[in-house]
Design a protein. Structure first.
Length: 305
């Protein structure tokens, strides 16, 4: 049974992760320009940290605080609500592009992709920032040719990287050599059907939704939030759909595993721009929802600097 996390309402929630030392859930509100976190047991106090610009994604840092991809670049905060140190400025046109989905890889590098807001060309890029061992941050372009970067994930064996283009309704995969940070053998992991022109939530026209944020469980399955599809899909490492999980929100945005045993599944969602009738029908829209699951997830990867 899905439960709504109290005080978690956002316009567009994204980038959730479970912080094991703090026993807290973190996530962001992109248009609300804020980072949020729980304090104490989930369902209790939620703190909100206002930002000057839109965050696209966040990750915890091993030495405390966060790394944040904002519209204008990638920043480091040493503590909650603290000063933002610029690690790498954006190298794109910030009037039409911004950072979106991202997370750290198992070696402590921070990856973040961009999103083309007019949705008029596939010029989004996936970046990787390496600041390990106190080195000056080095940014590498890892992939491109997407419109809406989403669905980033790293397989448990650290040999495969997944990356979704929401607009194309596709998830790609690469073989990955982690130490060398090299991607090879690009392929389509799963291609979803495009949105029918006649579809609305009430139309009855079949539509699975489009791939948004994702996470990977301890068995290597890829769990992806299907925006407008009101569901999570669980895909095997071969790209086959193992399970479809109905959700009480039309627009889920990203799942993550948390709790002490990593068997609580949290899902962020959006309500910005959605019809009033939909919000009334699905009042959890924009909130974080949670449910216990049988398969544990992987612990969050920390940023190393």
């Amino acid at each position: 049974m899905w439960q709504t996390l109290s005080n978690s309402l956002c316009e567009l929630g994204e980038s959730p992760f479970w912080h094991p030392q703090e026993r807290s859930l973190y996530w962001i509100d992109i248009p609300g320009r804020a980072v949020l976190r729980t304090r104490g047991a989930t369902g209790g106090e939620v703190q909100r940290w206002p930002l000057a610009e839109e965050p696209g994604c966040i990750a915890p840092a091993r030495r405390g605080g966060l790394v944040l991809a904002l519209r204008s670049g990638i920043y480091r905060a040493r503590e909650w609500g603290g000063a933002l140190q610029l690690l790498a400025p954006a190298d794109y046109d910030t009037t039409t592009l911004r950072f979106n989905d991202g997370k750290c890889d198992p070696l402590g590098r921070f990856w973040a992709g961009t999103l083309n807001e007019p949705k008029d060309q596939a010029n989004a890029t996936l970046y990787c920032l390496d600041a390990r061992a106190g080195r000056a941050p080095v940014v590498t372009k890892m992939a491109n040719a997407a419109t809406s970067a989403n669905g980033l994930g790293f397989a448990p064996d650290a040999c495969t990287v997944y990356w979704a283009d929401t607009a194309a309704h596709a998830v790609r995969a690469w073989d990955w050599a982690g130490e060398a940070n090299a991607l090879t053998r690009e392929r389509v992991f799963h291609q979803f059907d495009m949105k029918p022109a006649s579809w609305t939530p009430e139309s009855g026209v079949p539509y699975q939704g489009r791939p948004d944020g994702a996470t990977i469980d301890a068995a290597g399955d890829y769990w992806v939030a299907m925006f407008e599809g009101a569901q999570l899909l669980r895909l095997s490492p071969a790209g086959e759909v193992r399970e479809a999980i109905a959700l009480p929100v039309q627009c889920p945005t990203m799942p993550c595993f948390g709790g002490d045993d990593l068997r609580t599944l949290f899902v962020t969602s959006g309500r910005k721009g959605r019809p009033a009738a939909e919000i009334a029908r699905l009042p959890a829209s924009g909130s974080v929802i949670q449910q216990r699951v049988a398969t544990p997830g992987l612990p969050v990867a920390f940023f190393e600097d």
